[in-house]
Write a protein that binds this ligand. Structure first.
Ligand SMILES: Nc1ncnc2c1ncn2[C@@H]1O[C@H](COP(=O)(O)OP(=O)(O)O)[C@@H](O)[C@H]1O
Ligand SMILES: [Mg+2]
Length: 271
C-alpha cells in the first residue's frame, strides 16, 4: 500500500476464559488467544481467517472494547483503547435491525442516541442509504427487506457514526452465495469511496482473498498467527468468478487451505 500509516495495532493480546466444568469435571482454563500482534494500515482491508472456535470473534470484541483482554494493548492511531467508542464500528453476521423501525429509522438510531438534530440525522441517513444502494427502501420495515438488504442497512447503521475503522464479523455468512458476492463487491466499492480501514472476519477462503489487501491466517488452540499473506491483486478488482480463474488466486487459496488444515505442502504456493 502506498499509505503506510498504522491505523490499528494489536500488540501481544492474550485471552483465557475460565470454563465451568460442571458436575463431571473441574473448571478449566481455555486459552483462546496467545500473544497476538499485527497492524492494520489506514484504508486497508485485512481479513482474519481460521477455523471455527479459533478466537476470531473474541479478538474483534476485544478490539471493540466489549470484552477485556488478559494481556496486551490495542491502539487506534497510536493511542491505547479499552472501551467501545465512535472510532470503531461493528457489523455482525446477524443484522439485528429493530423490527419496529424503518430502514431509515434504524440507520438514524445511533445518531439519535448521540443527540444529533433531526434534520442532520435524516440528511445523514439519506446519504448512507444511497451509499449502500437503498435510497428507495428507506421507508420499508426489516421484515419487508431481503437478507442482503438487511445487511446493507446494518452496514449503513454502523457507518452512521462515521467510524474510522469497521470491524466486520462474518457479515455475509448468512447470505446465499450470489447475494454474498454482490455484497462483497458493494463493500469494496464503499470502502473505495470512504477509505475506511476494515478488519474483516470470515471463514470463507475465497471471500478473504477477494476483499483483502492482506489475509491473516490464524491457528487454533490457542489462536495465534500462522501467516500473513499479501494479496497481489489491485483494486478495483475483477469479479470473483473471474479472479478464481487466475493461477495466483488458486495458489494462494491452496496455500491458505493447507495452513488452516495443518497439512504439509507438496509444493509451495507462488504467493
Ligand atoms: N464468554 C466465554 N466463556 C467461555 N468460553 C468462551 C467465551 N466466548 C468464547 N468462548 C470460547 O472461545 C473460543 C473462541 O470463540 P470465538 O472467538 O467465538 O471463535 P470464532 O469466532 O473464531 O469461531 C471457543 O472455544 C468458544 O467456545
Ligand atoms: Mg465467530
Amino acid at each position: 500500500m502506498e499509505n503506510r500509516k498504522v491505523k490499528l495495532a494489536v500488540e501481544g493480546v492474550s485471552k483465557t476464559f475460565r470454563v465451568k466444568g460442571g458436575k463431571f469435571q473441574d473448571d478449566y482454563l481455555l486459552h483462546v488467544l496467545r500473544k497476538l500482534s499485527f497492524e492494520v494500515y489506514e484504508g486497508e482491508v485485512v481479513s482474519l481467517i481460521g477455523e471455527s472456535g479459533c478466537g476470531k470473534t473474541t479478538l474483534l470484541r476485544i478490539i471493540q472494547g466489549l470484552i477485556r483482554r488478559d494481556a496486551g494493548v490495542i491502539r487506534v492511531d497510536g493511542e491505547p483503547v479499552t472501551k467501545p467508542a465512535r472510532d470503531r464500528g461493528f457489523v455482525f453476521q446477524q443484522a439485528n435491525l429493530l423490527p419496529w423501525r424503518t430502514a431509515r429509522a434504524n440507520v438514524e438510531f445511533g445518531l439519535e442516541l448521540q443527540g444529533v438534530p433531526a434534520k442532520e440525522r435524516s440528511d445523514r441517513a439519506q446519504q448512507l442509504l444511497e451509499l449502500v444502494g437503498l435510497e428507495r427502501a428507506g421507508e420499508q420495515f426489516p421484515h419487508q427487506l431481503s437478507g442482503g438488504m438487511q445487511q446493507r442497512v446494518n452496514l449503513a447503521r454502523a457507518m452512521a457514526i462515521n467510524p474510522a475503522i469497521l470491524l466486520m464479523d462474518e457479515p455475509f455468512s448468512a447470505l446465499d452465495a450470489q447475494t454474498r458476492e454482490v455484497l462483497q463487491r458493494e463493500m469494496l466499492r464503499i470502502q473505495a469511496e470512504t477509505r475506511k480501514t476494515i478488519l474483516f472476519v470470515t471463514h470463507d477462503l475465497d471471500e478473504a482473498i477477494y476483499v483483502s489487501n492482506r489475509v491473516i491466517v490464524l491457528g487454533a488452540k490457542p489462536g495465534r498467527i500462522k501467516e500473513i499473506i499479501e494479496i497481489p491483486f489491485s483494486y478495483p478488482r475483477a469479479e470473483l468468478p473471474e479472479l478464481r480463474g487466475d493461477q495466483r488466486f488458486q495458489d494462494i487459496r491452496r496455500h491458505m487451505w493447507n495452513l488452516i488444515r495443518n497439512k504439509p505442502e507438496g509444493e509451495k504456493a507462488a504467493a
